[in-house]
Design a protein around this ligand. Structure first.
Ligand SMILES: C[S@@+](CC[C@H](N)C(=O)[O-])C[C@H]1O[C@@H](n2cnc3c(N)ncnc32)[C@H](O)[C@@H]1O
Length: 256
């Protein structure tokens, strides 16, 4: 039996559903994206060459390429389902977008990258899937592929210091209250995955997805904000600062 290939219209519809689902999880998603784009422009200019780490369906890569018509992005992820949806739905944006299937936990993840150093690396809601050891190794290999003066911008849930128990409780109460005040649009993470894993046009990708992601990522021990800053400094990023923050949802910036 020949397999039906994912159609472009179906891929685009999955990309839209992904956006809604992610906006429900990260209500300030667009604000964060906007900060990243403004920072990129100021730090490395509109013609930058950037990496998008854990790109999913290419949400951040797409925004960079739309806003900066001379920029180029390599979008990296390890999920075959999201990569297929991104690649079919978004294409290569006139040759300026390259998709790369690589595991950021692997010491060889940079092997498939085009040659030369990059001006920037960005990431959105992805690196909390990695343990402190994996993040440290990732930062070390990233430092080798960013040019001196290049910038790294990570928008993610970056945990509070372990000692800040009260502040953490206050922030989670605040987050819950704000979510209640804003009626959620879009479906939940679980509902999205239950639906896409049944798509008959994605059967091969779904089989590989199940193989690569046998467990939920929630519960992965991951560095807190200070842990990220420490790991970045050890890897050779000499300046690291918080650039935007709303509770645990933050953007960490680092200069190579
Ligand atoms: C919540 S999604 C965010 C996707 C995208 N950045 C966005 O904001 O829409 C997290 C992404 O990180 C990717 N990811 C997690 N662990 C990874 C790894 N070890 N290597 C590559 N990608 C990974 C997942 O496959 C997923 O696409």
């Amino acid at each position: 039996m020949t397999r039906r290939r994912l159609s472009v219209s179906r891929a685009r519809s999955w990309r839209q559903r992904w956006e809604l689902q992610q906006s429900r999880l990260v209500p300030s998603r667009e604000v964060r994206f906007d900060w990243i784009l403004a920072t990129l422009e100021t730090a490395v200019g509109r013609r930058c060459r950037a990496l998008d780490l854990g790109c999913g369906t290419g949400a951040l890569a797409e925004r960079i390429l739309r806003r900066f018509p001379a920029a180029r992005v390599v979008a990296i992820d390890h999920d075959p389902v999201l990569l297929a949806v991104g690649e079919r739905g978004l294409g290569d944006v006139g040759g300026r977008l390259t998709w790369l299937d690589a595991d950021l936990r692997s010491p060889t993840w940079t092997r498939g990258l085009p040659t030369g150093r990059f001006d920037a690396a960005v990431s959105s809601t992805a690196l909390h899937w990695l343990t402190p050891g994996e993040v440290g190794a990732l930062y070390r290999s990233l430092a080798r592929r960013l040019r001196p003066g290049g910038i790294f911008l990570d928008a993610d849930f970056l945990e509070f210091d372990a000692a800040s128990r009260r502040l953490r409780r206050i922030a989670s109460r605040l987050g819950r209250a704000r979510r209640r005040a804003r009626p959620a649009v879009g479906e939940s993470w679980d509902a999205f995955w239950a639906a896409i894993l049944r798509d008959p046009e994605l059967t091969e990708e779904v089989a590989l997805h199940r193989d690569r992601y046998p467990h939920a990522h929630s519960g992965t021990p991951t560095p807190d904000l200070e842990g990220h800053r420490r790991l970045l400094r050890r890897a050779g990023f000499w300046e690291t600062e918080l650039f935007w923050s709303e509770g645990r949802s933050r953007i960490l910036a680092a200069v190579r």
